[in-house]
Design a protein around this ligand. Structure first.
Ligand code: NAP
Length: 249
């Protein structure tokens, strides 16, 4: 197996649901010890149980990424559980309150900035030093297709993920020489617990893509695992669309 991650440790934020959970399951299936994280302990424990039942290694750490103190604690606890070294960080957790700019509340503005930008920033700052000291690592950020073009109702969300896309390139430049590769995946409409509320809107959005249908969490997870693995050893600073081709047309 070319992307064997036996002996590696991975922290996946937002792995109690959707794309993050699918990523945690796939990383564990190829041998990584996965630190599962989110606010919901019940869903976190269920993800850990699925991994362990399949013979993999995982632990859950509860964290609310809208609070800086909780992010710092997550980094500390994850390092503790992983023996002082996280080889792979997947900044997947995200919030996406859609709606007109005129109706965005101060609270939503603060939460989107905290979860989608500040938390990945703090985790990278906390975890990269140990990666570099250990000879390298891989970071994969999860952005969105609407970080690359304008769509009504998605200004705040798209802008937050556009910031994460530039951070991806900035960090690739900053940490690549130390052996830490930083890349991103940019999903299009994907069927997850988080998009259930969009109803047929998700299918309508996906109908505008060459694939013509929404993706599955596993489609995005496969791309994340690839970018985290040795197979991607010469790939730095890319934003890989997993969007059914939406950005191509
Ligand atoms: P989801 O099913 O709603 O899952 C979101 C995850 O983020 C959950 O595990 C949730 O955990 C975690 N999370 C949310 N707020 C958090 C907070 N304050 N603190 C800690 N964890 C928090 O979403 P998804 O659809 O899989 O999306 C995953 C990522 O893909 C997001 O970054 C999203 O922007 C991006 N994306 C999704 C789509 C799509 O169509 N689904 C498209 C483009 C991009 P808890 O609830 O346990 O806290």
């Amino acid at each position: 197996m070319t992307n064997n991650l036996t002996g590696k440790t991975a922290l996946v934020t937002g792995s109690t649901s959707g794309i993050g959970r699918a990523t945690a399951l796939k990383l564990a299936a190829v041998g990584a010890h996965v630190i599962v994280s989110g606010r919901d302990a019940q869903r976190g424990d269920a993800t850990v149980a699925s991994i362990r039942d399949a013979g993999g290694k995982a632990d859950f750490v509860a964290a609310d990424l809208s609070k800086a103190g909780s992010v710092h604690k997550l980094a500390e606890q994850a390092l503790g559980l992983a023996g002082g070294r996280i080889d792979i960080l997947v900044n997947n957790a995200g919030v996406f309150p859609f709606g007109p700019t005129t109706e965005v509340s101060d609270t939503d503005l603060d939460t989107v900035a905290a979860v989608n930008i500040k938390a990945p920033f703090l985790l990278v700052a906390a975890l990269v030093p140990a990666m570099t000291a250990n000879g390298g690592g891989a970071i994969v950020n999860v952005t969105t297709m609407v970080a690359s073009f304008g769509m009504a109702g998605m200004a705040l969300y798209g802008a937050s993920k556009a910031a994460l896309q530039l951070l991806t390139k900035s960090w690739a430049a900053e940490f690549g020489p130390g052996g830490v590769r930083v890349n991103a995946v940019s999903p299009g409409p994907t069927r997850t617990e988080g998009t259930v509320g969009m109803g047929e809107g998700l299918d309508q959005l996906a109908a505008t893509t060459p694939a013509g249908r929404p993706g599955n969490p596993e489609d995005v997870a496969d791309a994340i695992v690839f970018l985290a693995s040795e197979q991607a050893k010469h790939i730095h600073g890319v934003v890989l669309p997993v969007d059914g081709g939406r950005l191509a047309v």
